[in-house]
Design a protein around this ligand. Structure first.
Ligand code: HEC
Ligand code: HEC
Length: 343
């Protein structure tokens, strides 16, 4: 038995080594030493994540845009702000965010703790001074009890709120995809078309140059020729390489939700981006046949994982949410976005 395990392990290591740049995702993101993730803190963070007191009108929480049932996205092409307006960025999902090395598509903050006050400070998102939000929470008898348990002897500040929310976010994980199982040695986990797609991804198509490691991102910033929308960043701006886990379940693609379907993203790469004249993206046109494109799609679909809350779900609980096309289309932004017509 021991011998069999050793053989299995060796062969799986060899299998992964044949595909440099690709790696399975295992375990959970670590909590930083100055903000340990105790179960009570994580539970408090979860409550705060859905707490509408943290917004000016008391009607929005983090969870209004980052909806658990939509993999912590919103089902829209771009986020829907206060005052009934569409924002210039899509709402990214938060699964596996605890492993990210910077936050937002321009990486302007590094940690989840630093990120948490930003949506409040943004007058189009939650629009409430973090100090005022902390005061509201501090005046609530239930929160008084919960904070005293998690942060004994400390008065309630937004820093503590941010710590609890960050601890909760670090528990949102998706892994154990077909891709992971394949790299860990189960050679039946991927269909032949997905294996061909993986070989293209890691070979001729050059995707792995930027989408590598267990999250399929280099954590760097690149210009890939995504056209900007009016009022967005200037064309030519570099954006964070997005991780690709659960990619096929997203309602829109690229920082500004420019594409609504994954196959449109593949077409984007095939033609070497859609940059305005005079701008050169960091990608080259690719010669991809129809078969190549569907193989790449099959590979990207194999990155759908099991969604695990490392605290509330015991490992092994299948808990997969799928974004249904009807849900995507039935939204205010969808109604206004002419590109939905061709879905
Ligand atoms: C109006 C909708 C909205 C609300 C409310 C909102 N977010 Fe977001 N969130 C976004 C958008 C849009 C982005 C991407 C912004 C960018 O890249 O510049 C984002 C980005 C993030 C990121 C960075 C993810 C990444 O991949 O870089 C984290 C973490 C996050 N939000 C957590 C929160 C938390 C915590 C709250 C509540 C305190 C919250 N959000 C409230 C829409 C929202
Ligand atoms: C030069 C680096 C680079 C290469 C090469 C590259 N990408 Fe990307 N990719 C990025 C960056 C940067 C983004 C984010 C762009 C944005 O937000 O506007 C991205 C975004 C994506 C997205 C959208 C994710 C989302 O949710 O918005 C997909 C899908 C994707 N890439 C797949 C691929 C595939 C497939 C290939 C190979 C054909 C590839 N990429 C090659 C850097 C790269």
């Amino acid at each position: 038995m021991r011998f069999a395990c050793a053989v299995l392990l060796l062969s799986s290591v060899a299998w992964a080594a044949e595909r440099p740049g690709l790696a399975p995702l295992t375990g959970y993101p670590a909590h930083p030493a100055d903000n340990p993730g105790t179960p009570e803190k994580i539970e408090l963070g979860e409550m705060l994540f859905f707490e509408t007191m943290l917004s000016r009108g008391g009607r929005r929480s983090c969870g209004t845009c980052h909806k658990p049932a939509l993999l912590f996205m919103d089902g829209l092409s771009r986020a829907w702000g206060l005052h009934d307006m569409e924002l210039r960025r899509k709402t990214p999902g938060l699964l596996n965010v605890g492993w990210q090395r910077s936050m937002f598509s321009d990486g302007r903050v590094k940690t989840l703790e630093e990120q948490a006050p930003k949506p409040l400070e943004n007058n189009l998102e939650m629009d409430l001074e973090p100090e005022v939000a902390a005061e509201r929470v501090a005046n609530d008898p239930l929160y008084q009890k919960l904070f005293a348990r998690v942060f004994p002897g400390q008065s309630i500040t937004f820093d503590l709120i941010a710590k609890a929310i960050a601890a909760y976010e670090r528990t949102l994980v998706s892994y154990d995809s077909d891709f992971d199982r394949y790299l860990l040695g189960d050679h039946t986990a991927l269909k032949p078309e997905a294996v061909r797609g993986m070989d293209l991804f890691a070979g001729k198509a050059g995707c792995v140059g930027c989408h590598n490691g267990p999250l399929l991102t280099d954590h760097q910033f690149h210009y890939t020729g995504v056209p900007e929308i009016p009022g967005g960043t200037p064309n030519g701006t570099k954006h964070k390489t997005q991780g690709l886990r659960d990619v096929n379940r997203r309602s829109s693609y690229m920082h500004n939700g420019h594409y609504l379907k994954l196959r449109h993203v593949i077409d984007h790469y095939a033609r070497g981006g859609a940059a305005p004249d005079g701008l050169k993206p960091e990608i080259e046109p690719l010669e991809l046949s129809g078969q190549d494109k569907s193989d790449l799609m099959a590979f990207l679909r194999s990155l759908n994982g099991r969604v695990i809350n490392s605290v509330t779900d015991s490992p092994g609980t299948p808990d997969i949410f799928d974004v249904k096309p009807e849900e995507k289309a039935n939204t205010p932004a969808a109604a206004q976005d002419p590109s939905y017509v061709n879905k």
